[in-house]
Write a protein that binds this ligand. Structure first.
Ligand SMILES: *Cc1c(COP(=O)(O)O)cnc(C)c1O
Length: 356
């Protein structure tokens, strides 16, 4: 894919929102990237056009059978004014892993990174620069055949939209209360849990709503077969620090392989903190707590980076983690990853990519 990206600039730029009251996913920039796929022709006609509605036939396959994938990453305004992306090639790698599972044709990963850079450059005035804010980047692919039979589509659209977002922790990083879900499951081995595909999120809504009603921020998912082994927390990967060792569930097909998860593991290794990827049961976590060995619990993901867990409720057995406060290691990982993202500390891992 070496085709040039055509640029059609908007003639009526929108008024910018108040950058102090952004929230998450509420505002969209002036432009979007689109590229089409047609069987036999491949991916073609990459273009950056004014942000606009899609016009799709009601029979379009994605509406009926959910053949689609998405990604999420951010552009950061560094302290020295540079625009930085964090490991974008990993997101594009993951698009192709999700595509493969969903029978969507692969994209050119390098070209997709270029498309993100071009689009961010066109809308660079939309990158907020207050502490903790960023420009959220949402690439996604949808099946576009107007057809009601169940089969892979023969046409697709790859689209990228941008959304300026506020700080995830405007009042400082704060531990959350998590409900251990023993009724609903998110994914099973052999299913689509490792793919970033919309159906996984539709399937998770009911558990999330019920947890909210009980006063919890998110659910902790257990494995779909035995309801015993820990998988993820909400839409984040999860880590437990027990007696000095950091443990995270191993990737075995039902867990989303997070880029923040991978970065966290690499950081811990570089600090010589023991870190293990293995099966871990909810029972083991409660046992460790009983013995006074459960030191920290935290989630990892692009949106929050690190989300400390202060309380767990498993079948109405409630435990408090680290007195409900953010753990020392959780805070150090948060400071390090965000420090690299905003160019405050040296990027020893070459994780950032400048947009220029
Ligand atoms: C996106 C996502 C994550 C986190 O992945 P990052 O690459 O770290 O943002 C974790 N779990 C689920 C279910 C996700 O969708």
């Amino acid at each position: 894919m070496s085709e040039r990206i055509r640029l059609e600039k908007t003639s009526s730029p929108k008024a910018k929102p108040d950058f102090n009251k952004l929230g998450f996913g509420n505002h969209f920039t002036d432009h979007m990237f689109i590229m089409d796929y047609t069987e036999g022709k491949g991916w073609h006609d990459p273009r950056i056009v004014p942000y606009q509605n899609l016009c799709l036939d009601p029979a379009t396959m994605v509406f009926h059978y959910g053949q689609a994938i998405f990604e999420g990453l951010k552009a950061y305004k560094a302290v020295d004014g540079r625009i930085l992306l964090f490991r974008p090639e990993q997101n594009m790698r993951r698009i192709n892993i999700s595509n493969e599972r969903m029978c969507i044709p692969p994209i050119d990963e390098g070209f997709a990174v270029e498309a993100v850079k071009e689009l961010v450059k066109v809308d660079k005035d939309w990158i907020p620069d207050a502490e903790g804010t960023s420009l959220y980047i949402r690439p996604f692919i949808i099946a576009t055949d107007p057809y009601l039979g169940v089969r892979p589509s023969l046409t697709y659209q790859f689209i990228i939209i941008l959304s300026p977002v506020g700080a995830y922790y405007p009042e400082g990083i704060n531990p959350v209360k998590i409900y251990v879900e023993t009724n609903y499951v998110r994914a099973v081995k052999g299913g689509v849990g490792y793919a970033k595909t919309p159906g996984n999120y539709a399937a998770s809504l009911k558990a999330q709503v019920e947890a909210h009603e009980k006063g919890y921020t998110q659910v902790l998912w257990l494995d779909g077969v035995e309801r015993k082994y820990i998988e993820e927390v909400g839409t984040m990967n999860v880590f437990f620090k027990i007696a000095g060792e950091v443990i995270t569930p191993a990737l075995q097909g039902s867990i989303l392989p997070g880029i923040t998860r991978d970065s966290t593991i690499q950081l811990l290794k570089s600090w010589n903190v023991p870190v293990t990827e293995r099966r871990i049961s909810i029972e083991e976590v409660y046992e460790a707590h009983k013995k006074g060995l459960l030191e920290e619990v935290f989630g990892t993901g692009t949106a929050a980076v690190i989300s400390p867990v202060g309380e767990l409720n498993w079948n109405e057995n409630i435990i408090t983690v680290n007195e409900g406060k953010t753990g020392e290691l959780s805070a150090k990982i948060y400071e390090t990853i965000t420090g690299i993202q905003y160019g405050r500390i040296e990027d020893k891992f070459s994780w950032t990519m400048e947009v220029k």
